[in-house]
Design a binder for this molecule. Structure first.
Ligand code: UD1
Ligand code: MG
Length: 449
């Protein structure tokens, strides 16, 4: 059975108090919208339709960024969830199969839960995802008669007896496309909010002799984000899950609560992550690598046996081969560091290539920016770059070459050569002794006055 997704993301998110549309706030480095799209992507939807309204252009761009084939449809006025689904009618034209309606601000619905809903569709026309709420608050209530869901009552419209029901509506719905569109067309807005409620389709389906049921999941999956406090709580939930899933797949963490991960962080078996490490998006760490304390990684690839940190920063395009060592206060950006090379102390290596087994001395800087453009530094294999070398790009250092400490390299260094470019040293005999006594006398005089 083919699947289409309709993701509702037109709402304002007033309680976020933000210029950014709610669904673009991030968890684990990815917008809420992407999380919703990600959990459903395992179903291999034939069409993904995102209903946008507030901040439509930004939300549309984010949807396309996740899935270039996604279709965004506008809901100019937010007249309710059923009205939102109606906007998907044209985009669903010609589609035969089931539609799953999701909310863009509900990031944790699992693929297993969606699968369970699809399975329940075999013997039901409409399947709604419900959950037992610890505090049912203002959620819509699911009114069951045995296995049949007879209707959904919104909190505002519910009687006291209905409000006592703890089985609540998550908002996720699955039904055949044609049936769903027929049902949402029949929904009116004669209710406490004057909105077109998607939840009304259940009662209408019953009147038409169609059967509805509820599938339930853990309340944690149905969390929706409405405020910054809820966003932070959801981030904590996400981080806890990511840590457990990585540790379960063989990653070593001494203090997992201090390690922060992104939605796409990949870490291999027996890799060791020390405390206080941040993985921004786009990082892959291979098996057996070690990321030492207080490092920050983004858009980087760390190969087997490499060591990074403590206090290292890998920026986008950092590509570390096997057995590479990156030490404290080193920043690597858009640079390939080949097998066994070492950049151990206080260096900036950007827009560069460093050959195998080369050693980059403390305080080395690739001067990659001239104020207007970026330039590349190429360092061969088996080189020795002396401490405090300034490599003024574009520049190339040949294989097995050397630079003397404090050299400013402005011209290419041939293979096997040594570059030395610094002022000659002069020793002035006795000068330090004289200067010290002069300065001490001055200080003593000032002290008396
Ligand atoms: C909805 C459900 C309620 C359920 C709750 C779960 C209805 C009528 N009620 O209530 O039963 O318990 O979710 O969180 O469906 N949206 C649009 N266009 C609109 C209105 C909403 O795109 O015109 C989007 C919102 O951006 C949001 C989602 O639909 O992503 C849900 O809307 P929201 O206003 O939060 O519904 P609730 O009142 O919470
Ligand atoms: Mg809501």
């Amino acid at each position: 059975m083919s699947i289409a997704l309709v993701i509702l993301a037109a709402g304002k998110g007033t309680r976020m108090d933000s210029d950014l549309p709610k669904v673009l706030h991030k968890i684990g480095g990815a917008p809420l919208l992407h999380h919703a799209m990600l959990s459903a992507s395992a179903l291999e939807p034939e069409r993904t339709i995102v209903v946008t309204g507030h901040g439509a252009e930004l939300v549309e761009a984010a949807a396309l960024d996740f899935d270039a084939d996604a279709v965004a449809v506008r809901q100019d006025e937010q007249l309710g969830t059923a009205h939102a689904v109606r906007q998907a009618k044209q985009a669903l034209a010609g589609f035969e199969g089931d539609v799953i309606v999701l909310y863009g601000d509900t990031p944790f619905i699992s693929t297993d839960t969606l699968d369970a809903m699809r399975a329940a569709r075999a013997s039901n026309d409409v399947v709604v995802l419900g959950f037992q709420a610890a505090d049912p608050g203002r959620y819509g209530r699911l009114v069951m008669e045995g296995n049949t869901l007879s209707r959904i009552v919104e909190y505002k419209d519910a009687t006291d007896a209905e409000r006592a029901v703890t089985l609540c509506n998550s908002g996720v719905v699955c039904a055949d496309a044609e049936t769903l569109l027929d049902l949402v067309d029949a929904v009116g807005n004669d209710n406490a909010s004057g909105e077109y409620y998607l939840t009304d389709i259940v009662g209408i389906a019953g009147d038409r002799g169609l059967k509805s049921t509820a599938v339930t999941c853990d309340e944690a999956e149905t969390i929706g984000i409405n405020s910054r406090v809820e966003l932070a709580a959801a981030e904590a939930t996400f981080q806890a899950r990511m840590r457990v899933s990585l540790m379960d797949s063989g990653v070593q963490m001494q203090a997992p609560d201090t390690v922060f991960l992104s939605f796409d962080t990949v870490i291999g078996r027996d890799a060791e992550i020390e405390p206080n490490v941040i993985f921004a998006p786009g990082v892959t760490v291979e098996s057996g690598a070690r990321i030492r304390a207080f490092s920050h990684l983004e858009g980087a690839h760390v190969s087997r046996g490499a060591i990074v940190g403590p206090f290292a920063r890998l920026r986008p395009g950092a590509e570390l081969a096997e057995q590479v060592h990156i030490g404290n206060f080193v920043e690597i950006k858009n640079a390939r560091i080949d097998e066994g090379a070492k950049v151990n102390h206080l260096s900036y290596v950007g827009d560069a290539e460093v050959g195998a087994r080369s050693n980059i001395g403390a305080g080395t800087i690739t001067c990659n920016y001239d104020g207007v453009m970026k330039h590349k530094t190429t360092i061969g294999r088996d080189t020795f770059i002396g401490s405090n070398t300034m490599l003024v790009a574009p520049v190339t250092v040949g294989d097995a070459a050397m630079t003397a400490t404090s050299t400013v390299v402005t011209r290419d260094v041939p293979e096997g050569a040594m570059a030395i470019g610094r002022a000659d040293q002069v020793n002035k005999d006795g000068f330090a002794r004289k200067l010290f006594s002069m300065l001490r006398a001055k200080k003593a005089k000032l002290g008396k006055g």
